[in-house]
Design a protein around this ligand. Structure first.
Ligand code: PEP
Length: 254
């Protein structure tokens, strides 16, 4: 089974308007049509249109992504952004359940599942993020947490829609900390998530679904992580803010 690797740059709440356009230009010129790897950038809401224009003008295959969406269609939800608004801005893919939304903002597994379904029903692709905290890892709960978050995140998602879902395994303790799961630990978690998808859907679908690793991935550790058989790319925070580092990670995925 060959799965096209997928690499996402999560810019989080960083950059300003000029810097986001400059980074987008740099990424698009470095990656061009990025053969052999699917690449997306997850851009702060206010900069989606500007970055989208850069991508369109460059003709690059880099995909425009958003970091979150509402589980609601429209109405009195101050501060929220709907799937149709994202699509209006040429967004193709969206994160659901990033650990900073789960653990800083307080999103529940159920809300993450509702967002995933809303995104898919609206025509967006989804990266469903899961992963354990350091306390959960120390308590031996890594697999149980991943299973709970995958099951709730995919509740009601049909097999037909799974082609538009990528799972990002992101141990919370590795995100933005400089600490990385060992390739063996990451591979173990990925293999278990793949087996879980196989039991929830079918073994074929388990084999076809891409599972990215996220958590302090950088040029120096990307090759070893991506060489693991069940790691199909990366979701990159800090290192995605430097075009050169992001390009090196994309090349490692290829
Ligand atoms: C992330 O934001 O998903 C992430 C993995 O961040 P970092 O690469 O900075 O750990």
């Amino acid at each position: 089974m060959s799965r096209t690797p997928t690499v996402g740059g999560n810019w989080k709440m960083n950059l300003d308007r000029d810097a986001s356009v400059a980074l987008a230009r740099d990424v698009c010129s470095r990656l061009g049509d990025a053969p052999g790897v699917e690449v997306a950038v997850f851009v702060p809401f206010p900069y989606l249109l500007g970055v989208g224009r850069v991508i369109a003008d460059s003709g690059s295959a880099v995909r425009l992504g958003a970091q979150d969406l509402s589980d609601q269609d429209n109405g009195a939800f101050t501060g929220e952004v709907s799937a149709s608004m994202l699509i209006d801005c040429a967004v193709k893919t969206v994160l659901a359940g990033h650990s900073e939304r789960r653990h800083v903002v307080g999103e529940t597994d159920q809300l993450v599942g509702a967002k995933t379904r809303k995104a898919l029903d609206s025509g967006l692709d989804v990266i469903l993020c899961v992963g354990e905290t350091i306390e959960q890892r120390r308590a031996g709960q890594t697999d149980a947490v991943n299973e709970r978050q995958v099951r709730a995140g995919l509740e009601g998602v049909s097999p037909g829609d799974m082609a538009r879902v990528t799972i990002a395994y992101e141990p919370v303790w590795a995100i933005g900390t400089g600490m990385t799961a060992t390739p063996a630990d990451a591979q173990d978690a990925h293999a278990k998530i793949r087996a879980l998808l196989g039991s929830m859907y079918s073994s074929v679908l388990g084999e076809e679904t891409r599972i990215q690793y996220g958590g302090s991935m950088k040029p120096g550790n990307a090759v070893e992580l991506m060489a693991q058989p069940d790691i199909d790319g990366g979701l990159i925070g800090g290192a995605s803010l430097k075009g050169e580092d992001f390009q090196a990670i994309v090349e490692a995925a290829r």
